[in-house]
Design a protein around this ligand. Structure first.
Ligand code: ADP
Ligand code: MG
Length: 219
């Protein structure tokens, strides 16, 4: 019989969650380049793989807690990678890391707040909105589904499953969207009929983090 899942995990145990996202991005590199190649310059997988791999190397040399690992990733993305995604994902992970900086334990409510602060950071830096065919079209629905599940009394792992499903739907829904920001917007109507590369990487990251957290919540 399965036990009741834990309500939270210690911040000190969270580095593996960031490393799970690193592995997922490394495995997804080619697909992310192919997706970006259809509407942009084809570098998204290269940029992301470079930043995430540098982060894993830094964490191997100097292990950190969840907050510290997110801030490490943020710093590297802001400093060391090209493309729009450096500052955007850099701000996303910085906001997430700062939100749990002083917390001994991460529960569902805190993780929700981390995602919300992350979305606000991307919104304010990138000046895009949901519906513009970007990473926000994965992140937004994913965090909404997570919030609704928690508000409905679901456990942290169950809310994470809802988040994963919504992230994938959000990513897939970018297929029909018209790109209104970034490089893909130059294509106008021709930007339709492709999944957005940033929405795809966002889905990969959120799903890997959700799986990493679920492992930490096993009784
Ligand atoms: P670049 O377009 O500079 O080559 P990347 O290829 O690394 O950068 O990233 C492209 C992705 O960036 C797009 O697929 C889109 O999801 C995301 N993006 C672009 N502009 C914005 C923005 N203003 N806000 C949020 N996401 C954006
Ligand atoms: Mg690109």
């Amino acid at each position: 019989m399965e036990g009741v899942p834990l309500r939270s995990f210690p911040n000190t145990d969270g580095m593996s969650i960031v490393l799970a996202a690193v592995s997922a991005i490394q495995q997804d590199k080619e697909r992310l380049c192919d997706l970006d190649g259809a509407t942009g310059d084809g570098d998204h997988g290269i940029n992301m793989n470079k930043g995430f791999t540098l982060c894993a190397e830094a964490l191997a040399a100097s292990p950190k807690d969840f907050s510290g690992s997110l801030l490490q990733l943020s710093g590297i993305l802001m400093r060391d990678i090209g493309g729009s995604m450096g500052p955007l994902y850099g701000s996303f992970f910085r906001a997430m890391g700062r939100t749990c900086l002083e917390a001994p334990d991460i529960d569902g409510a805190l993780f929700l707040s981390m995602l919300e602060k992350g979305e606000q950071a991307v919104l304010s830096i990138g000046q895009a909105h949901r519906g513009d065919k970007t990473m926000l079209d994965c992140l937004g629905p994913a965090l909404d589904a997570f919030r609704i599940a928690l508000d409905g009394g679901e456990t942290f792992p169950s809310a994470l499953l809802r988040m994963k499903a919504a992230a994938a739907c959000g990513r897939d829904a970018t297929y029909d969207m018209l790109a209104r920001v970034g490089r893909a917007s130059r294509l106008g109507e021709r930007s339709r009929g492709h999944i957005d590369a940033g929405a795809a990487s966002c889905c990969t990251i959120l799903c890997a983090m959700a799986d990493g957290i679920a492992l930490r919540l096993q009784p």
